[in-house]
Design a protein around this ligand. Structure first.
Ligand code: NAP
Length: 473
């Protein structure tokens, strides 16, 4: 090939790469849009996967790649790890799996940044780097490193390897502030003098430490919000990597990831009626029992047979699932009970609270797995007006999201958190194992109300017994 045709070919291939990046970015945006509704969520995943494939194809065509061996090795290793995670990690462990994925993504961003710095330093070109690029490099490494360790601590807390309660010590805020200020000081110094290796590695070390310090004082129950925030940091680290490498698709995908993570954190906090600062610095997971209104009296127990009679002769039944449904993996059992009731002409609906369970959309995912049709899933605001015309409301392993104290007791730690108002139904049957409290650690006056009866036991076993008993009515 002569010189002219070689350069025409190079131009063509670079246009083609940019085109694949553009298509990838469009697919990411369409994927995110589709994921915002359960009906189209699966399609959204496929669109986003298609976008990822286009981004990978575009990147592999890059003429700067000198050897494909390492890339191939990474591809094979990554695919094996991903496949094993998909097979082995149960649905209930999804939050810690997500935390680990964030840790890997953020570590990749930080390592790319560190290697870019080392390459430029060894080549003696570090002082020639434009300030903007040094700034992006610093952001990428700080956010990447602190997200890596923060996510690892989050995964450890969720898995129970690290104590789930907030880990606090005297002078913690002062230590955190000092670490943060020195880290930012090193970053600013590097902007002036990028060749200062000591400042560079001090900044990396402090970012690693800061990630740990940021997450240890937060209780494991607040980890979903923390993870969503860390997800946002990982996205912004990826966007900064895009600026360092001059890669458009990384900038777009990282920004989308960063801001969707931030929006998700805000939505979760809103659904819990808490602020992000309260999550980060409130030590909520440490909250122990606090005075609840109306918890005097006893809880009334009901047998599966008596509960089945109520259900079988009801006109309308609403199931309100919570975290206990997820731990018991009772999604198929609830579907079977619903089928039995529908066969008898009972109208069955599901009331879904936005933060029921331990991750956003937790209940939707579980119920979709059991093929519960979307049309019978009602969001909190849709189901609440129907509560007063509901004959029986079955609360399955939910606690905080149905706690009337949030509505009635201004002194409660969860005051103002929107709830599903199950206590307005004619009758409430609560399925739980015993006297265990919910995520907030608060007592629930619902269990002591005259409309409420308790059916003790593992949610899956209770639902199976109920389905059998309904059959026998
Ligand atoms: P919850 O308040 O944590 O209560 C779960 C209940 O399930 C417990 O009282 C427990 O009582 C029962 N349970 C546990 N295992 C069970 C089993 N195998 N069978 C039957 N029952 C079982 O759950 P929630 O009402 O779903 O509320 C979610 C909480 O998580 C909210 O406070 C929310 O703010 C918080 N949160 C959610 C998210 C999110 O994105 N979804 C994010 C952050 C925080 P027993 O031990 O007596 O069985």
């Amino acid at each position: 090939m002569d010189h002219a045709s070689t350069s025409a070919f190079a131009n063509g291939s670079s246009y083609f790469i940019e085109l694949t990046y553009l298509i990838a970015s469009i697919l990411f945006i369409l994927g995110l849009k589709a994921m915002s509704h359960p009906d189209t969520a699966r399609k959204g995943m496929f669109l986003a996967e298609g976008g990822m494939l286009m981004a990978i194809i575009g990147t592999l065509l890059n003429k700067e790649i000198v050897s494909y061996e390492w890339i191939l090795g990474g591809l094979v290793l990554g695919s094996i790890v991903g496949a094993l995670m998909a097979i082995w990690v149960p649905m209930t462990a999804m939050p810690e799996r997500t935390a680990l994925s964030h840790a890997f993504g953020a570590a990749a961003a930080a390592l790319v940044g560190i290697s870019e710095y080392s390459i430029q330093y060894s080549a003696g070109t570090i002082m020639e780097l434009p300030k903007f690029k040094v700034g992006a490099l610093g952001f990428e490494i700080m956010l990447g490193a602190l997200t890596t360790t923060g996510s690892l601590i989050a995964a450890g807390k969720l898995k129970g390897v690290i104590k789930g309660t907030p880990i606090q010590f005297k002078g913690q805020n002062a230590v955190n502030m000092l670490a943060f200020l020195v880290m930012i000081g090193c970053f600013l110094y590097l902007l002036v003098n990028p060749s200062a290796q000591i400042a560079f590695y001090t900044m990396v070390g402090l970012a690693v430490l800061f990630g740990v310090m940021l997450v240890i004082p937060i209780g494991s129950a607040d980890m979903p919000v923390v993870m969503s925030l860390l997800n946002s940091y990982a996205g912004l680290a990826a966007a900064a990597t895009g600026f360092v490498l001059g890669n458009n698709v990384l900038i777009i995908a990282g920004t989308l990831d960063g801001f969707s993570g931030l929006i998700l954190s805000i939505l979760m906090c809103k659904a819990m009626n808490r602020s992000i600062t309260n999550v980060l610095f409130g030590g909520f997971g440490a909250v122990v029992a606090e005075a609840s209104a109306g918890t005097g009296g006893t809880m009334r127990e009901i047998s599966p047979e008596d509960a089945a009679v109520q259900l079988a002769y009801a006109k309308k039944v609403v199931f309100v699932p919570g975290y206990g449904l997820a731990t018991a993996q009772a999604q198929h059992a609830v579907r079977e009970l619903a089928n039995k009731l529908e066969e008898r002409g009972v109208e069955v609906k599901y009331g879904i609270h936005p933060v029921a369970g331990r991750m956003p959309g937790h209940m939707n995912v579980l119920l979709a797995e059991a093929n519960v049709p979307y049309e019978v899933l009602y969001e909190m605001d849709q189901i609440n007006p129907e509560m007063s015309t509901t004959d029986v409301c079955v609360v399955i392993g939910a606690n905080d999201v149905v706690n009337p104290d949030a509505r009635d007791n201004p002194k409660s730690a969860i005051a103002g958190m929107p709830i599903i108002e199950v206590d307005r139904a004619h009758s409430v049957i609560v399925l739980k194992r015993g006297q265990g409290r919910g995520f907030s650690g608060l007592e629930n006056p619902l269990f002591f109300k005259s409309v409420t009866t308790m059916l003790y036991g593992d949610a899956k076993a209770s639902l199976t017994n109920l389905a059998q008993a309904v059959q026998n009515v």
